[in-house]
Design a protein around this ligand. Structure first.
Ligand SMILES: [Fe+2]
Length: 356
């Protein structure tokens, strides 16, 4: 609402004399005032209509006190001014109320003009806080975008280096999100997981082309270089951690196996981040269904069978059923086959080392 229109005030008070005094007095001060007797009724009212400020007695009948109502109000997204009224001449109570988010604190009895002043101050203060939070959120979004663009630039250069990765990363991200949705993952975590899946192989940017595109079997030294892409990837996405706290760990552990035989840290079971466990399945599915320099893509049924058989060894046995429930949503790999030149992939190296 605009600053000029009348403020909507909800009075939460059980003393009828106080209610009639304040209803009359605050209406005369230009507020749109209504009253309820207890905190539950106030919460119900808040769920039905917008309120700019609450004037609330600390000692209310029922199971919720004024301080409980205050905590509920502060969990709500809208900026609501809160004026606490109490008969207790108790400084400790006042301090606690303000700590919990009360904007103003008045001792009863207070004149309507004093309450009106407190309401205006509370609403002004709350709106100012809301504006500051909004500015901070925008700055954070801008900083996040700046970091994300930097990482995307790296992804682009990796894609130039290895065309195959582009399609692979996008498909892995799509499959990972489909499974995470089936798990009921919250939207914010889904967004983060999608980014982690898109970036899961970003560390390959540090792998020399001669190894990345090598046709023959890899030496042990080359294999060590390949394995480093997980640690390098986690390092590259590190600046995103401020905004996406899970991304770094998910990228670092995307090649860990359920039985602990993966890399880089040999984590096992649920010590492996959930996102990494999902990416492991999506990654394998896409690897099996994709063309290789030395072999054609295998069928979706083959991929499903490989993942089914890997439950409890390579893959989280609780997530394999989730994969089986969602795989029909994955696009048909034969139709999806991109017309990019196939190149050797990390997963082939893993196969060669018995780790895929
Ligand atoms: Fe990888």
């Amino acid at each position: 609402m605009s600053a000029d229109s009348a403020l909507r005030v909800l009075l939460v008070e059980d003393d009828p004399d106080e209610v009639s005094l304040l209803l009359r007095g605050l209406s005369q001060e230009g507020f749109l005032v209504s009253a309820v007797e207890n905190a539950r009724a106030a919460l119900h009212r808040l769920s039905l209509e917008p309120v700019d400020a609450l004037v609330c007695d600390l000692n209310l009948p029922g199971d919720l006190r004024g301080s409980d109502l205050l905590r509920h109000v502060r969990l709500r997204p809208e900026p609501i001014g809160f004026v606490m009224l109490t008969g207790e001449r108790d400084v400790a109570t006042a301090v606690r109320a303000v700590k919990d988010g009360a904007d103003e604190y008045l001792l009863k009895p207070s004149l309507p003009s004093q309450v009106a002043e407190a309401i205006h101050a509370a609403v002004r203060g709350r709106r100012k806080i809301a504006e500051q939070e909004e500015r901070a959120r925008r700055a954070e979004d801008a900083a996040f975008l700046a970091h994300y663009r930097t990482v995307r630039a790296l992804v682009n250069s990796l894609e130039t280096k290895d065309l195959y990765t582009r399609d692979h990363s996008r498909k892995v991200a799509r499959y990972t999100v489909l499974m995470a949705r089936e798990l009921g993952m919250a939207p914010q975590r889904l967004r983060e997981l999608r980014i982690a899946a898109l970036l899961h192989d970003i560390g390959k940017i540090g792998v020399p082309l001669s190894i990345l595109h090598k046709d023959g079997p890899l030496t042990d030294e080359e294999w060590e270089v390949i394995k480093r892409h997980t640690v390098d990837g986690a390092h590259i996405v590190g600046p995103l951690t401020q905004f996406l706290p899970e991304v770094r760990e998910v990228v670092r552990h995307e090649h860990e196996r359920w039985d602990g035989r993966g890399y880089p840290d040999g984590l096992a079971g649920t010590d492996i981040p959930l996102g990494s466990r999902l990416i492991m399945i999506a990654d394998t599915y896409d690897a099996v269904c994709s063309d290789r320099a030395y072999r054609k893509a295998r069928s979706r049924d083959t991929a499903i069978e490989i993942i089914r058989q890997g439950a409890g060894t390579q893959f989280d046995p609780h997530l394999v059923p989730v994969f089986l429930r969602t795989v029909h949503l994955f696009p048909d790999p034969a139709a999806e086959r991109a017309d990019v030149a196939p190149t050797p992939r990390l997963e082939d190296a893993a196969e060669a080392h018995g780790l895929a």
